[in-house]
Design a protein around this ligand. Structure first.
Ligand SMILES: *Cc1c(COP(=O)(O)O)cnc(C)c1O
Length: 421
């Protein structure tokens, strides 16, 4: 390793880190507030170490499972929660909300443009003729694009009046797009707008990467259903697997019948000893998310200084932990991901290569040397192999690790001659 280069990179990084002091204090203040909210959820629900035990067989009367779901309900300001290890990922959680609620002949409208890549295979198309898609089930689907990051209320109003959609979906984080994330305030405005039109459409929010980035979660401001993954923010880096759907009692009940089967619902399902990790994970989540958010800002600051376009930039309110950087070439994305991988505690010796992934159309490169496979609350970066070659950075279980990851990406890009420091 070139010591001189490393010294230069660290001194540039730390000079820019200094400029983020005020923003970091604001994140610390929020994290303190959210830690209190989570702690209150534990005390109100009288969580005890007996909740770390688990059942076998049918899993009836599993107090630990119920405890996890009560804590989530309290934290998310929701009537009820499903938080399960057998919700296999975020896509599954979102698909449960969609397929658990919608019936043939009804309509889903995505109000934030085309959703995340893996959702496309649930919607279905001529290129995606999977069995069980919305298309096959005869559920109508339409998207309304955002305008400069804001809802297109005119179009949404027209659709509500003409087509009476049963579900309106909001994806907060951009996925592999290029826009700022949707804030809780925007969702609050959306809910008010829809209800003022007299619509009782189910408002469903894909909350991936947005948990604990704001004071409130969407369920606390009127969203009917909120979904996400436990190997992102709310698992705090400790949950081994799982997803959540929280929201209105009657809807969660329906969705539980989709998760298992009609009549059984949420009454069965083992936790396989995961309740301690899930509880400790959400307990840690405000702090872990704060560190991830700070590291995303530091990446943004440094890459912006190097002349790259970033999203969000510093004029935008952040509602998720993602920092997108327009690197502009395949070589740069490879070098960036190599830098992340080599600064990872696990599999640091591996070199990430783009490949086909289930649910994604383009080849995707993913750098993640994580304790939990694919956990993007841990230091990670990924991006689809398509123009304009954006990379999406997220995670880091500690801010310090995020900073080390940043230094490593800069070294990697400098060694390839892509940047000069
Ligand atoms: C991560 C993510 C999902 C779900 O992805 P999984 O890999 O299935 O957990 C869905 N929507 C958005 C916006 C995401 O970032």
């Amino acid at each position: 390793m070139n010591e001189d280069l490393r010294r230069k990179i660290i001194s540039m990084t730390e000079a820019l880190e200094n400029e983020l002091k005020d923003a970091f204090s604001e994140i610390d203040r929020l994290s303190f507030e959210l830690q209190k909210k989570v702690l209150d959820a534990f005390t109100e629900n009288r969580i005890s170490d007996s909740h770390f035990a688990w059942r076998t067989g049918y899993g009836y009367n599993d107090d630990g499972r119920d405890a996890v779901e009560k804590v989530y309900s309290s934290v998310f300001g929701a009537e009820r929660a499903l938080v399960r290890t057998n919700i296999v990922n975020g896509t599954h959680a979102i698909s449960l909300a969609i397929l658990g609620v919608l019936k043939p002949g009804e309509k889903l409208v995505y109000c934030t443009g085309e959703p995340y890549d893996t959702l496309q295979s649930i919607i279905g198309s001529d290129e995606n003729p999977n069995p069980g898609t919305l298309k096959e089930l005869g559920i109508d689907y339409e998207t309304v694009d955002l305008i400069d990051g804001e809802f297109d209320f005119e179009k949404i109003e027209k659709l509500i009046k003409e087509d009476r959609p049963r579900m309106l979906a909001i994806q907060r984080s951009t996925g592999y797009g290029w826009r700022k994330s949707i804030t809780v305030n925007q969702i609050k405005g959306f809910v008010t707008f829809v209800r003022n039109l007299g619509s009782d459409a189910v408002i469903m929010v894909d909350n991936c990467y947005c948990e604990f980035v704001s004071s409130d979660e969407p369920s606390a401001v009127g969203a009917d259903l909120v979904c996400g993954s436990l190997i992102k923010n709310p698992g705090g880096g400790l949950a081994l697997s799982g997803g959540y759907v929280v929201g209105r009692e009657d809807l969660i009940d329906r969705i539980s019948y989709r998760l298992t089967c009609p009549g059984i619902g949420a009454e069965c399902g083992l936790t396989f000893g995961q309740t301690r990790a899930m509880l400790q994970g959400i307990f840690m989540a405000p702090h872990i998310t704060a560190g991830a958010l700070k590291s995303a800002m530091l990446f943004g600051k440094v890459y912006q200084k190097l002349g790259y376009d970033i999203c969000p930039d510093f004029s935008m309110e952040r509602a998720d932990i993602i920092q997108a950087i327009k690197l502009g070439s395949k070589e740069a994305v490879y070098a960036f991901c190599k830098g992340i991988q080599s600064a990872s505690p696990i599999d640091s010796f591996a070199s990430p290569v783009a490949s086909e992934m289930p649910g994604y159309d383009d080849e995707v490169i993913m750098a993640a040397g994580t304790f939990v496979q694919g956990a993007s609350i841990e230091l990670s970066a990924d991006g689809p192999m398509r123009e304009p070659y954006n990379v999406y950075y997220q995670g880091a279980l500690t801010y310090e690790h995020g900073k080390l990851g940043l230094v490593s990406t800069l070294e990697s890009l400098a060694e390839e001659g892509i940047i000069t420091v």
